[in-house]
Design a protein around this ligand. Structure first.
Ligand code: IMP
Ligand code: MG
Length: 175
């Protein structure tokens, strides 16, 4: 299917940009003068991470990327998480900030948190742009969360349905 399905705008591009700037300011404050590894979880967080790090000031930021298995074409979490591409950085003794698109069941971040903590970073925090609390199955603590969203499937600003819609500058609900 091409991008012809009807979509309802849930969060506008302006609202997203404003909130991303706020998150960047908060992170800048919390890590002032420190060095951090900003680790983007591909693919969903790529746009968010790119915008977010440009709002981080007074902090030495290095970027890294990792990719984990997604739901494929399904809209529900299988609970099975697989690291398809790991970080390049040795995060032992570094401040790690993991950048995710959305926390739904929490299973992905729960698993990633365990993996990252086992590597003994100096600190470990999660920044997720969207939080869907109604879907939660695992307890994860998100230090920086952008928006709480309802239990509907959302796309845009990096988030996909079957690899489509990532390029939308706003967040839409699929019918
Ligand atoms: P969780 O493991 O259930 O928390 O799911 C996390 C991952 O599922 C996210 O990183 C997204 O890639 C994907 N995901 C969850 N909800 C949505 C949604 O509403 N739209 C698009 N992707 C989603
Ligand atoms: Mg994701």
């Amino acid at each position: 299917m091409l991008q012809t399905t009807s979509k309802e705008v849930l969060i506008s591009a302006d609202q997203i940009q404003k909130r991303v700037a706020e998150l960047g300011a908060q992170i800048s404050k919390d890590y002032q003068g420190e060095q951090i590894v900003a680790a983007c979880v591909l693919k969903g967080a790529f746009i968010f991470a790119a915008d977010l790090v440009r709002h981080i000031e007074g902090v030495a930021v290095t970027m890294d990327f990792m990719a984990v298995s997604s739901y494929g074409a399904a809209a529900q979490s299988s609970g099975v998480v697989k690291i398809l591409k790991d970080l390049d950085t040795d995060i032992g003794d570094k401040h790690l900030l993991l950048i995710e698109d959305i926390v739904d069941s929490g299973l992905t971040l729960y698993y990633l948190s365990e993996v990252m903590r086992a590597r003994s970073p100096k600190s470990f925090q999660i920044c997720a742009l969207f939080d869907k609390p109604s879907g939660r199955k695992a307890d994860v603590s998100v230090a920086y969360a952008g928006f709480e969203v309802p239990g509907r499937f959302i796309v845009g600003y990096g988030l996909d349905y079957n690899q489509q819609y990532r390029n939308l500058p706003y967040i839409a609900c699929l019918d």
